[in-house]
Structures are given as C-alpha cells and as structure tokens.
Design a protein around this ligand. Structure first.
Ligand code: CO8
Length: 258
C-alpha cells in the first residue's frame, strides 16, 4: 500500500481507515494533504476488497481548517488562477461511502471536509465551526452551502457570521451528525459501522449512496424517478436474486458484486 507523509492509511477487513496526520498543525489541510487524500481515496475506490472508508483525525482535532500559514501570503492571482483547493470537490466523486469520524475540532476546512463525507459520526468531544469570518474571509470548500443544507439557514447563518462553534450535542440536534459516540470508542465504532456497510451487496451500496446524494441536486419528482430507476435496475443483478432468496431461506446473503 502507498505511503503518505500527511496521512496514515490501513485496511481493516473491508474498511479503509484514513487518519489525517499533521499533529503539530492540528491536521490543518494544505495542498499536500489534499493531493494525498485524493490519491488515497482513488486507491480505496478502485480496490474491490474495500467497501467503505473511515476518515478521521486525532483526539484533539479532526482538522482545524485549511492551513492559514500556507494561505496567508497568497494573492488573488495565485488563489483564482491556481484554483486553490478547487480539486477538493473530487473527493465527493468517490463512489463508495466515506464516514467522517470526528473528535475534537472540525473547523473551517475541517468542518467542510467532514461534510463532504457521506455522514459524520461525532465523538462527544467534537466541535464544529466555520470561523473563517474571524480571518476576514469565508468558507471556501463548500461550507456555506453544505452547512445550510445540513442544519438549515438560521444556524448556518449564525455560525458563518459569528464563527461560533457548536458542540457534538448541538450538532446532533441540528442534524449535522448522525450520532454521538464516546470519544474512546469513536474509531472502533466507526470502523464497525463501516464494516456493516462493506458487508452489504456492493452495487446496492453504490446505488443507495448515489440516490441519497441525488436528493441534494434534483427536484423531488426527478429524485423519486431516479430512485425508482435505480431500484428497478438492481433487479438485473445476481445479488438481488441472492438477497431475496437468502431472506426466504432464512440465511445470510453471499454477495458476488454482480
Ligand atoms: N492552519 C495552520 N496552523 C494551524 C491551524 C490552521 N488552520 N490551526 C491550528 N494551527 C497550528 C497553530 O498555529 C499551532 O502551531 P504552533 O504551535 O506552531 O504555533 C498549532 O496548530 C496548535 O494550535 P494552537 O496552539 O492554536 O492550539 P489551541 O489548542 O490553543 O487552539 C484552535 C486550537 C482553537 C483550533 C486554534 O488552533 C484555532 O483557532 N485554529 C484556527 C481555526 C481556524 O480559523 N480555521 C479556519 C481556517 S480558514 C479555512 O479553513 C478556510 C477553508 C477554505 C479554504 C478553501 C480555499 C479555496
């Protein structure tokens, strides 16, 4: 498996565990992290033995944002001309699911990175925020858009305009995270959840991810139509035959991914 400077990557059964590893900078995201993360996720997506990824950080910080030291001296020409961090959106094109396992700070780009994953499991120590306004800028990796969709206008607006952080309990109430886990169990529980997904029929996993994401891009009628077409399409797979036969025969399904 490839070695990275800013990430640790390991496979646990069908789960790829990716750990951001810039502890001295609280996992601040720079161009190297971006390049390595995209490479690690591309390798995960292409590996037929892997069914779900977990992206995590340290106990203190999932990621404290984009690297302020890397950005501070840049001008408009470098940022706009070089499409600074523009490649990050490619992360959302990963076809298999990615769970963000967040402990400690997920701020600015760190919160945005977590929201680009398919769902967030939060440690009870997690803190989410978009503090860019305090640096006289704004979110730049989709935060204003994804936060507004996740928690609604009022809370997103307050968070972006004041930079106020929310804790795990508030994040769960607001619908930003799927659930809260004790910090000491975060990685194990996230890997367990990811393995549950990795054990499902692979084509059904891709289809479920694709159709939930379609809810954010289409009208209700188009989304429902898209769902029905994918549902119909899965009846052309061997795994659908196996899954329904296994239910009737009261045994676990054996998937071929076909
Ligand atoms: N960038 C660079 N270095 C950082 C960052 C960061 N975002 N966050 C922390 N660090 C560094 C600190 O500079 C410090 O380094 P050193 O020891 O060399 O001084 C080290 O990490 C430890 O940090 P602290 O001493 O500050 O630790 P504390 O426990 O006192 O505080 C905080 C923790 C509250 C998380 C604090 O570090 C903090 O406020 N960090 C900055 C948070 C922030 O403002 N994030 C938003 C950044 S901007 C952004 O993310 C924009 C995203 C969009 C970009 C896309 C462009 C297209």
């Amino acid at each position: 498996m490839a070695e990275y400077d800013t990430l640790m990557v390991e496979q646990r059964g069908g789960v790829t565990l990716i750990t951001l590893n810039r502890p001295k900078a609280l996992n601040a995201l720079n161009s190297q992290v971006l390049a390595e993360l995209l490479a690690a996720l591309a390798a995960f997506d292409a590996d037929a033995t892997q069914g779900c990824a977990v992206l995590t950080g340290s106990e203190k910080a999932f990621a404290a944002g984009a690297d302020i030291k890397e950005m501070s001296a840049q001008g408009f020409a470098e940022m706009y001309g070089g499409n600074f961090f523009g490649g990050y959106e490619r992360l959302t094109q990963t076809r298999k699911p990615i769970i963000a396992a967040v402990a400690g700070y997920a701020l600015g780009g760190g919160c945005e990175l977590a929201m680009m994953c398919d769902f967030i499991l939060a440690a009870d120590t997690a803190k989410f925020g978009q503090p860019e306004i305090k640096l006289a800028v704004t979110p730049g990796m989709g935060g204003s858009q994804r936060l507004a969709r996740a928690v609604g206008k009022a809370k997103a607006m307050e968070m972006c305009l004041t930079g106020r952080m929310i804790d795990a309990a508030e994040a769960e109430r607001a619908g930003l995270v799927s659930r809260i886990v004790p910090a000491a169990e975060l990685v194990e529980e996230s890997v367990r959840t990811a393995q549950t997904i990795a054990d499902m029929a692979p084509l059904a996993v891709l289809a479920n991810k694709e159709m939930v994401n379609a809810a954010f891009e289409t009208t209700l009628a188009q989304g429902v139509q898209f769902e029905r077409r994918l549902f119909h399409g899965l009846f052309g797979t061997a795994d659908q035959k196996e899954g329904m036969a296994a239910f009737v025969e009261k045994r676990p399904g054996q998937w071929t991914g076909k």
